[in-house]
Write a protein that binds this ligand. Sequence first.
Ligand code: HEM
Ligand SMILES: *[C@@H]1O[C@H](CO)[C@@H](O)[C@H](O)[C@H]1NC(C)=O
Ligand SMILES: *[C@@H]1O[C@H](CO)[C@@H](O)[C@H](O)[C@H]1NC(C)=O
Ligand SMILES: *[C@@H]1O[C@H](CO)[C@@H](O)[C@H](O)[C@H]1NC(C)=O
Length: 326
Amino acid sequence: MSFLRFILAILFLVSIFGVSNAHYKLSPTFYAFTCPNVIHVVRDVMEQIQRRDVRAGAKIIRLHFHDCFVNGCDGSVLLDNATGIISEKDANPNVGIGGSDIVDEIKTALENVCPGVVSCADILALASEIGVVLAGGPSWLVPLGRRDGLTANRSGANTDIPSPTETLDVMIPQFTRKGLGLTDLVALSGAHTFGRARCRTFNQRLFNFNGTGRPDPTLDPNYLQTLRRLCPQGGNGGTFAKLDKSTPDQFDNHYFTNLKNHQGLLQTDQELFSTSGSSTIGIVNNYANNQYKFFDDFVCSMIKMGNVGVLTGTKGEIRKDCKRVN
Ligand code: HEM
Ligand SMILES: *[C@@H]1O[C@H](CO)[C@@H](O)[C@H](O)[C@H]1NC(C)=O
Ligand SMILES: *[C@@H]1O[C@H](CO)[C@@H](O)[C@H](O)[C@H]1NC(C)=O
Ligand SMILES: *[C@@H]1O[C@H](CO)[C@@H](O)[C@H](O)[C@H]1NC(C)=O
């Protein structure tokens, strides 16, 4: 083979590889021809639901996070029990998780205009962005083209999603395993700028922290009193508290100013600021001082999280009903 032919053959192989590779990358215009109105349809449904449920966006973005952390962003969190499917909904971090009904409403609206085209995993990614925007947060072009998985992984949900009583040194590797670094951990935790958490997810901080017989020393004393009234010892486990006490339904950087004031709700929230020597402290300060910086980093980290373990091309399927495989 002549040198020229050899070079041409290499270029040919590179181009094939490049094209097929591009084909399997997520893209904001993935549905441009197959479902051009996808964004409007999802936005309409989200706006309607938001009017009766202020937590709609919070519920959806949490579902997206719990989806991406278990077998990648493949809609596995949405599957109900069935033959061969052990639902992730019964995993500890998912007990009582909301938002599946919202996904179903969006899916129904999409099936009416472009049946069998838009995946449930993409619905979670797209509706998350819309929910953030509706709450006053940043907007971004959401990469699309995920396909839905054929399995659920309940044990994966129990091991891979951080629990709210974790210390920072446990949380960091849980994020690293998904390809997410310290900045991603802090920026994404900023999603706790809206939504609610039940007393049982943080009440160990209020009376007997870590077996000390005392409250969590990193908790502001006045905030501690407020939380004790809402969540008395041994009671009200199902009562909801605001994750961001100052602007509970707004997507802003007050989550980070709360942390600086020792008024983070979950132990895992406050850990980001109170773990001495940790480089997360600088990031929290940065976001508390500069909401633009938080918004920029949050968008980057959301896109990164939305790429974790995605199924593309001919892998998986496009579910007709997000609760079950076709
Ligand atoms: C860093 C580790 C994280 C931990 C330990 C954690 C833990 C929790 C817990 C315990 C709750 C309350 C659940 C309940 O009451 O049953 C919650 C709520 C929530 N989480 Fe997280 N979370 C983390 C990261 C994230 C991330 C990365 C996002 C999104 C990007 C997120 C978004 C939310 C939202 C929006 C809510 C409120 C949901 C609602 O109102 O229904 N969280 N989280
Ligand atoms: C789903 O199946 C698991 C395992 O068989 C069971 O423990 C769980 O209670 C079931 N959940 C529902 C909602 O039926
Ligand atoms: C479930 O998740 C765990 C933890 O990430 C992983 O090790 C395991 O391979 C997963 N199982 C399946 C069947 O995907
Ligand atoms: C709880 O106590 C154990 C053992 O004393 C210690 O290793 C751990 O760091 C403590 N956790 C917190 C959050 O302080």
